[in-house]
Design a protein around this ligand. Structure first.
Ligand SMILES: NC(=O)c1ccc[n+]([C@@H]2O[C@H](COP(=O)([O-])OP(=O)(O)OC[C@H]3O[C@@H](n4cnc5c(N)ncnc54)[C@H](O)[C@@H]3O)[C@@H](O)[C@H]2O)c1
Length: 326
């Protein structure tokens, strides 16, 4: 039985789908903080909701989560639950620490006591801070620039220490700028697509020159599950991303390729982003056989379709600019 924390979340829901396709039995552990369970199922998992078990609980409650792991005889944990939106973490550092760091510690400690067979922690390229070189490999120094990156980096290191000190079979995945069906946060790809569809210009800061390794969510779910199923991955950290970098301006132009009447404007605002770029996937390729299948164009096409067909009707998004999608 695999337990996915944050399983009704954006990346978690795709992990659950991938695991079910692999024939696993899956339990979701989530506090449904992004909305009611019914709404989240409708948005992210109408096709699989009947195949999953849902537990409403919180990773900050050690006693509660310990009982759940024991009762359901959990053998594997994929831990995605977190405060994941950087502005939310920055405006509430205490909550970010309690969930991202102390909550992850709770899960690791319960896993050690219960002798769990595999623990996969989902970390982030934000732990690297400004990239000192690209492509950034897993040995890049961890110099997070904000409280989100710092709380995630702390849990990333604690997770690996559970392997080194206690032999708990832990793998850590660092991913970056994930986008695709199911994302509801105000991240750049979603904001741009929504704006483009609604006739609001896509606004670039600092000329949109900042580069990001955009990662399509289905690739990321697959990479995470490859690590979850591999003994070779125990005690290891992997970059799992799309594997190429694009500027924010290129992203906007790509979206305009599908929504030709969309506008791109330079807002004149200074960019306040972390200075990032491409991540090195050599280790994930060699040890896990990971290879991203979606380029940015294909991923964005899928994401636009999902926003139109699933997201827009639920959230009454008015579509003024018609996309041209073959
Ligand atoms: N989305 C990205 O671009 C990105 C990039 C790098 C790393 N990550 C990491 O990937 C993981 C998943 O991110 P996501 O984008 O799917 O986020 P998400 O916000 O969509 O999902 C997180 C889930 O965790 C749940 N949760 C939050 N606090 C909880 C708690 N105390 N107890 C139980 N459940 C709780 C939420 O209800 C939500 O369903 C996170 O750990 C994040 O740091 C995400």
């Amino acid at each position: 039985m695999v337990l996915v924390t944050g399983g009704v979340g954006f990346i978690g829901s795709h992990i659950c789908r991938y695991l079910l396709e692999e024939g696993e039995r899956v339990i979701i552990f989530d506090n449904f903080s992004q909305g009611g369970l019914e709404l989240l199922q409708k948005i992210r998992m109408p096709d699989i909701k009947n195949k999953l078990k849902f537990i409403n609980s919180d990773i900050t409650d050690f006693a509660g989560l310990f009982e759940i792991l024991k009762k359901h005889e959990i053998r594997k944990i994929i831990h995605t639950a977190a405060i994941t939106f950087i502005p939310t973490a920055v405006s509430n550092p205490s909550l970010a620490f309690r969930i991202n760091t102390a909550g992850s510690f709770n899960l690791l400690e319960a896993s050690r006591i219960l002798d769990i067979e595999k623990f996969v922690y989902i970390s982030t390229s934000s732990t690297y801070g400004d990239f000192q070189y690209t492509p950034a490999d897993e040995n890049h120094p961890l110099e997070p620039k904000d409280i989100y990156g710092a709380t995630k980096a702390a849990a990333d290191r604690i997770a690996i220490s559970y392997y080194r000190s206690y032999g708990l079979p832990v793998s850590v995945i660092r991913t970056s700028s994930v986008y695709g069906p199911g994302d509801m946060e105000k991240r750049v790809a979603k904001v741009f697509i929504e704006n483009a569809l609604q006739g609001i210009p896509m606004g670039l800061q600092g000329g949109g020159t900042q580069r990001r390794d955009f990662s399509y969510v289905k690739d990321i779910a697959k990479g995470i599950c490859l690590a979850a199923g591999s003994k070779k991955a125990d005690g290891e950290v992997f970059n799992i991303t799309g594997g190429t970098d694009h500027s924010i301006k290129e992203l906007a132009e790509m979206i305009r390729g599908f929504i030709p009447t969309a506008e791109i404007v330079d807002t004149g605002a200074r960019a306040i982003d972390i200075n990032r770029g491409r991540l090195d996937l050599t280790k994930a390729e060699n040890l896990l056989g990971y290879k991203p299948e979606f380029n940015l164009r294909d991923g964005i096409r899928d994401y636009i379709k999902w926003i139109i067909n699933v997201y827009a009707p639920i959230f009454n998004l008015e579509i003024k600019n018609k996309p041209v999608i073959k």
